[in-house]
Design a protein around this ligand. Sequence first.
Ligand SMILES: *Cc1c(COP(=O)(O)O)cnc(C)c1O
Length: 374
Amino acid sequence: MVDTSRFAGATLTIDLGAIKRNYRRLAEMAAPAETGAVVKANAYGCGITDVVPALAEAGARTFFTALLSEAIAAREALAPWPEARVFVLNGYQAGTAALMAFHNIAPVLGSLPELTAWLADEGQGAPALHVDTGMSRLGLETGDLGSDLIDRLITQSPPAYLMTHMACADTPDHPKTVEQLAAFADLRKRFPNLPTTLANSAATITGLAKETDLARPGIALYGGRAVNGRPNPMEPVVRVDARILQTRTVKQGETVGYGATWTAPRDSRVAIVAVGYADGYLRAGSGGDSRPAGFAAIKNTRVPLIGRVSMDLIALDVTDAAPDDAAPGQTVELLGSQVTVDDVADAAGTIGYEVLTNLGKRYDRIVIDTEKDT
Ligand SMILES: *Cc1c(COP(=O)(O)O)cnc(C)c1O
């Protein structure tokens, strides 16, 4: 086999050391609660088989995925940590209890039909009991709690956790959060013996995990901004360094790219870079004459994205960068210390979660651990 990695348009570097430091920082914020880890969607695009052992080394023993297939991958990565627990957030699919028992995976039960199926299938291990307090997505409704299925669950398959999920924790002082906390306080009275879990990253950072038994951060582990309007206390985890294919001079008044949406305001040097929307670099981040676009960085110089994002290419205005650095064969930082996941998300009108989970279908993927390699 030919090693094709050197033909890639960009390298994607995942720093497991940064993930471990972010985990420990969150664990401090959540203490005395335990801190788990959400590793759904391939650990937010960072690679579940690499990320899960790193988190376990940092101390995580409770993991959440969205799908059973992801949970099996997490469990395989947890072979040296058989005591770790793995939960499937998306609930219980009838007929899978034996498979779940075989892999030592438990569901998060969030509806009466799921409870019925879990009890009928004689599910093993301790599930989580998910009650909706205002998200109106998954979870039992308060009215469901009168069902005798709940008592059967408590005796036949005692839950490991009473769980809820916060809708607006990313916006401090949101009235919805106050409502949800009050509803959850009532639930705790109804189930005084069940350990509790409520906090995503935002709720962990704003201090809500402390009152519970287990925090469930996701995005903050991977360096993304969890709380809006505040400095992000997390360390970046992901770098994308992309290759410059060509540079050219574009005269004032000439346009660049499809749709001719960018017109050079001055004579400009333009670098064409080998990354596009097929690499998960969102087309919505395209600029125009009237809208600010995303940016990349060459050393410490910000270089704006100009014109539309193509399938395999983007164009950058590198007029202000040193010519030797902005030359064919050199690389530009699309994500990293100068350009955060949230910078890219903001330019595309989306959130860091979407940037991360779209990353790197064709990148040369490199996993490092700055806690071991240096
Ligand atoms: C995704 C998810 C989390 C983690 O949320 P972040 O905002 O990424 O920290 C926690 N709990 C549930 C139920 C989730 O779906």
